[in-house]
Design a protein around this ligand. Structure first.
Ligand code: ATP
Ligand code: MG
Length: 266
């Protein structure tokens, strides 16, 4: 059995990528699956959210992608059983620029993860808020993309560009890449705005605008929505995933339900 690799991506900042990557990875591990979380964002927020001290890490995703160290040498066990992390440290800030200068620049991550695929059931990649080379590496390495969308004004802005990038990667680098699902985050069902955005997003994937080259993808939007929750926002500052910080909270339960939906995808 070889790991299913899922990139968590949206070039828009602050939409819940890291929260989703960390919380879903944790929920899958709690459900008994072997999970690797790859922190591909030079901000290193996923690394911090799991309680690692970035400045104390001597080997990280930077050394793996830029200096060809083995991914295995950088992997650390997290506080959650079955959940390991390929972390980012301060060096990672130079990664995007450096990747531009190397050979096989889009397949670096795929190659680095190849020897690890039989050790995990799921590999999740937390992407930076851009469509640069790091994200291209994630989309090339992954089998599917999970796209968090914040239930706010302009939620759909930039989505067409992301879908075009996915198409481009499909055409040139990774023909099997598919959409794992769109995840509505920071959902507040009491507001008209949230409900309006949900309707709009679900309609978009039922009948995507022509010219995008997107197949109609009913079911592309996860049934599970992630509620706006103070507990989810607090957990990372303690370096503890939500499943431990407040297991009974609405946020923890939502990510556990999302994990079941992802597992049902096969
Ligand atoms: P970036 O683009 O900078 O990487 P991101 O897309 O990874 O951001 P997060 O870091 O996950 O987004 O979330 C942005 C902010 O919103 C964080 O402060 C986070 O704690 C908070 N947040 C995320 N999800 C929720 C939620 N469901 N309810 C409340 N706050 C949330
Ligand atoms: Mg992030």
């Amino acid at each position: 059995m070889s790991a299913r690799i899922i990139a968590v991506s949206n070039q828009k900042g602050g939409v819940g990528k890291t929260t989703s990557a960390v919380s879903l990875a944790t929920a899958l591990a709690v459900a008994g699956h072997r999970v690797l979380l790859v922190d591909l964002d030079p901000q290193g927020h996923a690394t911090l959210a799991l309680g690692f001290d970035k400045s104390a890490l001597t080997i990280s995703i930077y050394e793996v992608l830029a200096e060809d160290l083995s991914a295995q040498s950088a992997i650390a066990q997290s506080r959650v059983p079955h959940l390991q992390v390929l972390p980012a440290n301060q060096h990672a800030a130079g990664l995007e620029l450096l990747l531009g200068q190397v050979e096989q620049r889009e397949t670096k991550l795929r190659d680095a993860l190849a020897p690890l695929r039989d050790r995990y059931d799921y590999i999740l990649i937390d992407c930076p808020p851009s469509l640069g080379l790091l994200t291209l590496n994630a989309l090339t390495a992954a089998q599917s993309v999970l796209v968090p969308l914040q239930c706010e004004f302009l939620a759909l802005e930039g989505l067409a560009q992301l879908m075009q990038t996915i198409q481009l990667v499909r055409g040139r680098l990774n023909p099997g890449l598919r959409l794992e699902g769109v995840l509505l985050t920071m959902y507040d069902g009491r507001t008209n705005l949230t409900r309006e955005i949900e309707r709009e997003v679900r309609a978009y994937f039922q009948a995507p605008p022509s010219g995008l080259g997107l197949p109609r993808t009913p079911g592309a939007v996860f049934q599970t929505v992630i509620p706006r929750s103070v507990r989810l926002a607090e957990a990372p500052s303690h370096g503890i995933p939500i499943s431990e910080y407040d297991p009974g909270s609405t946020g923890a339960l939502a990510y556990a339900t999302l994990a079941q939906e992802v597992l049902a995808h096969g």
